[in-house]
Design a protein around this ligand. Structure first.
Ligand SMILES: Nc1nc2c(ncn2[C@@H]2O[C@H](COP(=O)(O)OP(=O)(O)OP(=O)(O)O)[C@@H](O)[C@H]2O)c(=O)[nH]1
Length: 341
């Protein structure tokens, strides 16, 4: 019997970080297949995990919830038949709806030797309130459908006691029964972490069904996306408020990605990422990530979520890749900022 574990969470919440942690600790020695669904044309995360000898099946064809019946079901069945793994970890895209993924897995349980083992959502404790307000339609479903919720960034200074308490309260309102992990994951023993995630019942009774995005006609929506002044303050602008329903992820979010051989230095990349955090001219940038060759021949990896950047050394990749995800992105400005034609 193959166990299926779903690790969801909004853009940049910390899904890949948690999966790496599980693979190198609690799941070490198990045969694991990871199915990733990245939002954005340029797949970035795959390379990180291939090093760990993990088989990866990437699906970059947009939102997982829109391809569940076709691609996703086929991918799962193929993986099961080919590898008979101990586990399959599914990492839906940051803007995927968790309940849709759960439904899809449950649909396969009858015919295949698989069992849904856990459904976990990672919530960035420092942005919970803002994302709930601005992107509630997507964020809420991930919280409502989860068996376990892990708060990320509880190890940072920004995660004050007050902020953690507020996040827990907001999460409790949406999902009264979930186990909420408030201890920084890095402090937890791997086995303890896995035990906590695995032992939880998955209950979709409090998930708002109108959030199910595959039932509707993709071309017959009313669009209410009035753009607004983005002040990038912590509480955001409130323009994508949670009363809007029935949107596909690709109606609200866009991505811009490039493969490039252009060389950068770390300071230059840091400056670009700071600009993405601070300036309004790019649209609402929610995530940037990638890897590029450095001017000195080393490789530079980077991550950006609002208010947070990380530029670091990494192993050479087959080519440089940049991916930016957000709402109403100004592609020409992004291209210009990264110095690309
Ligand atoms: N301090 C701190 N940083 C974190 C934590 N979790 C994730 N990060 C950082 O946040 C950034 C994004 O983390 P990822 O694990 O790539 O997030 P993700 O959810 O896979 O992101 P997507 O690619 O958008 O799906 C990285 O720079 C991580 O190092 C955490 O608990 N604490």
């Amino acid at each position: 019997m193959t166990k299926i574990d779903i690790i969801s969470g909004f853009l940049g919440a910390g899904k890949t970080t948690l999966i790496k942690n599980l693979l190198s600790n609690a799941l070490k020695g198990q045969q694991v297949v990871l199915i990733e669904n990245e939002f954005g044309e340029i797949g970035i995360d795959g390379g990180f995990l291939k090093e760990a000898g993990i088989e990866i099946r990437e699906m970059n064809s947009g939102c997982i919830c829109c391809s569940l019946v076709g691609d996703f079901g086929t991918a799962l069945t193929e993986v099961i038949e080919k590898y008979h793994p101990d586990r399959i970890i599914i990492e839906p895209s940051g803007v995927g709806k968790l309940s849709d993924v759960i439904h899809a897995v449950e649909g396969l349980e009858m015919d295949s030797e698989v069992a849904l083992n856990s459904a976990t959502t990672i919530v960035d404790v420092t942005k919970c309130k803002m994302y709930l307000r601005n992107f509630g339609e997507f964020f809420r479903n991930q919280v409502e459908a989860a068996g376990t919720i892990i708060l990320s960034r509880t190890d940072t200074k920004k995660a004050t006691e007050e902020k953690v308490e507020t996040a827990v309260k907001l999460i409790r309102e949406l999902n009264p029964d979930a186990t909420i992990i408030t201890t920084p994951v890095g402090e937890l023993d791997g086995e303890k972490l896995l035990d906590t995630i695995e032992g939880v019942k998955i209950d979709l009774s409090h998930v708002e069904e109108e959030d199910h995005c595959c039932d509707h006609d993709h071309h017959d929506h009313e669009h209410h996306h009035e753009h607004c002044e983005h002040d990038h303050s912590e509480d955001g602008c409130g323009c994508h408020d949670h009363h809007h329903h029935h949107h596909d992820a690709d109606e609200v979010f866009t991505s811009w990605g490039r493969e490039t051989i252009k060389k950068y230095d770390k300071d230059e990349l840091q400056t670009i990422l700071n600009r993405l955090c601070e300036e309004d001219c790019f649209g609402t940038v929610l995530r940037a990530k990638g890897m590029v060759e450095g001017k000195d021949g080393t490789w530079i990896y980077f991550d950006m979520v609002p208010g947070e950047t990380d530029v670091r050394d990494g192993d050479p990749e087959y080519t440089g890749r940049i991916c930016v995800i957000g709402a109403e992105l100004a592609e020409d400005k992004l291209q210009e900022a990264f110095g690309l034609d």
